[in-house]
Design a protein around this ligand. Sequence first.
Ligand code: SAH
Length: 493
Amino acid sequence: MTGRVFLIGAGPGDPGLLTMRAAGLIARADFIAIDALVSDAIADRAPKTAEVVYVGKRASKHALPQDKINQLLIDEAKKGKIVVRLKGGDPFVFGRGGEEAEELAAAGVAFEIVPGISSALAGPAYAGIPVTHRSHATSLTLVTGHEADASTGIKWEGLAQLDGTIVFLMGFANLATIAERLTANGVSPDRPVAVISKATTPEQRTVTGTLATIEGNVAKANLPTPALIIVGEVVKLHDVINWFESKPLFGKRIVVTRAREQASELKRLFEESGATVIQFPTIEIAPPESFDSLDAAIDKHFDWLVFTSVNGVSAFFERLFAKRKDVRSLAGIRIACVGETTAVSLRSRGVAPDLIPDKFMSTALIPHFDADLQKIRIAVIRAAEGRDEFIDEMRKRGAEVHLAVAYRTVPVALNADELHDIDVVTFTSASTVDNFFASAPSLDGALLASIGPTTSDALRKHGRRPDIEASIASIQALHDAVHAETRRRGETP
Ligand code: SAH
């Protein structure tokens, strides 16, 4: 097969704005060259088999000169590889995509262009500024601000006569010159201006003003790059339409300590509310050292199976299927479970639990069992480490109780350096608490959020007070509790 180069726009930052075409090609790529403005979440999608090079200026990484980049793309494609060139925004909007495509054409290398969502459009959209609007702007002009102080380039006179919207990319360093040139050419100093920094990311900030005031306002706000400038009456709509920066948890940095395998739902909920999620998995789920006790729970007939976690359910069914059995083996067995999410994972496997206590703790099961449990056989499916009160009490009442060790939680080596400026740390089990505090993080001022009473107890054992506790043991309830508490604190001065 002959190689091919795909010049791909990776969008403005929010990984959700990657196109399906781009995602599909990244997944198939052999060689990926990544620009500075492409977000890490997108770079992380590179398959393990692909060679990845960073060719843009990034902290501590040097930029490759443009001619070297072009040669690299050509060489790799000629080896027969699928070469993906990822650029911020759209490759043809101030992205040098045109030059690269010309070089590829000259070298006789096959290529395709995959448009991306440009920051020039997505930035204003995420700042609640429609670039055109029937009452305010009938045209949109994209301008490079890079050449603002050069004598060549921009036709300021012409620009000043357009009554529409002007978006400047690469103009942040020249903001003062841009404002000065426009006013010198007859634009009113009162024309609204917005500067949008780190658009479409959880760190997005928008500063507004007029041609006369914007420079001072931006200096006060100490905005970081990348940033774009938008000039025009449409900027006035920012106050009304500002939907992104007003999300309930916008700007909050929230730590998720769950095992990576299980963190996706909680991560998604927080991100949809505008938070930055720092994944800090303190534990990993591993198979048990021996399957003997789990096998016994599957092969022998019990009167009750008790599930205390989603992990226990997953491990049980994985083993059940591995033994070429299925839910029919559970016929006639009563099923108890702790926690609504555990119940959901049972139901998704075609099993409706007979018993779910109100509280997310195994001790909450106790009152639901008879005082006399002679001849009753109960298997508890859980990790080796866990609370034994329920088991002890059942045995006291005469039951035969079997502990089926379905999985282990093993601690993950942690790098606490990633934890800075944290607003909330979330804990979804006692073991995440123990492992987290074993790494001795400094958390000055962060709120501690727990999924339920057992997890809160674990926090108290470490001398910490849970600031937030979910009303029921579910990921949604934990998210909602964090939301409610941060709002409450935001309201009280
Ligand atoms: N091809 C890119 C633009 C490359 S030029 C696109 O279509 O978006 C680089 C300039 O784009 C930066 O100087 C800045 O003005 C702007 N830019 C890119 N990403 C941005 C972001 N997330 N927020 C604000 N400006 C951004």
